[in-house]
Design a protein around this ligand. Structure first.
Ligand code: URA
Length: 276
């Protein structure tokens, strides 16, 4: 039977599409990768301009086994190093053309940060999702609302700077690749240098692995303290991996573990500094 709004097959298709859109799948991916450089949508990587005292390109698994992103990493390092405050860093990220995610179809805009510029705690998630892509701020969708409720309940709501390992939405909400994370890492490091948080909360496995350069699962890393170091290893900061709120939405029973992690972080933040 047909109705003014179409056949029942149309309605089934519409409802299936609505289901996938609700789940965050709103980009069509092809089986085979598209070479957008050959297609002319992305300029081929340019040799990095020489920069005085630029730190060495970050070593890591992305460069060992993935595509060679060293030129893009060097460009990101130069752009990040030149940014003297968060506004300049935001502008540098928005202008940066070296991250392929920027051109992957899903990304509408760069998503950098929200929260306090002088936060004690920096929260680093994986990458922006659909809602973040629309609003231009990290963790503003369903998972972000849960994160906010948990941070507020732990007394951390007004003490955080929130960002991600990549600044453009991966299509279909897939996990960002190590290469994409390596290209964005100089900007994350610069944000840490400018904000000067006392510690990091690494939200989700893709964040914890990239930031700590470890290949462990999040279930074994969460709840333990690690030392985060930038590529030049000149500073170190305590870093706590925890479960991603999107995982907690699917597995509410795991919330108690994420809550325990937040309590551990709060306790360390509020611990009186030992006299020097
Ligand atoms: N998930 C993330 O890891 N980051 C966001 O900003 C949103 C969802």
């Amino acid at each position: 039977m047909t109705t003014p709004s179409g056949t029942s097959a149309d309605r089934v298709t519409e409802s299936l599409l609505a289901f996938w859109a609700e789940a965050g799948v709103d980009a069509m991916l092809l089986e085979e990768p598209v070479d957008r450089i050959a297609a002319g949508r992305i300029a081929p990587p340019q040799p990095a301009r020489p920069v005085a005292a630029a730190p060495p390109a970050r070593p890591g698994p992305a460069r060992a086994s993935g595509p060679d992103v060293s030129a893009a990493v060097a460009q990101a390092q130069a752009a990040a190093a030149a940014a003297q405050d968060l506004d300049a860093l935001a502008a540098a990220i928005a202008a940066f053309e070296g991250c392929p995610l920027r051109y992957e179809g899903a990304a509408r805009q760069a998503v950098f940060y929200r929260g306090r510029a002088d936060a004690e705690l920096m929260v680093v998630g994986e990458g922006p999702g659909a809602e973040e892509d629309v609003q231009g701020a990290p963790f503003v969708g369903r998972a972000g609302k849960l994160l906010d409720r948990m941070l507020a309940a732990a007394g951390l709501g007004e003490r955080v700077f929130i960002t991600n390992t990549v600044f453009w939405r991966p299509p279909g909400n897939r996990t960002p690749t190590p290469a994409e994370q390596a290209v964005c890492a100089p900007f994350v490091e610069r944000a840490i240098a400018l904000v000067k948080p006392q510690m990091l909360l690494l939200v989700g496995g893709a964040s914890a692995k990239a930031m700590l350069k470890k290949d462990e699962g999040i279930l074994s890393m969460r709840g333990r303290w690690f030392e985060w170091r930038p590529a030049d290893a000149k500073v170190e900061l305590p870093a706590m991996p925890t479960l991603h709120p999107a995982f907690l939405l699917r597995q509410p029973a795991a919330k108690k573990r994420a809550w325990a992690d937040l309590m551990t972080v709060t306790e360390r933040l509020d611990r009186p500094a030992r006299p020097a």
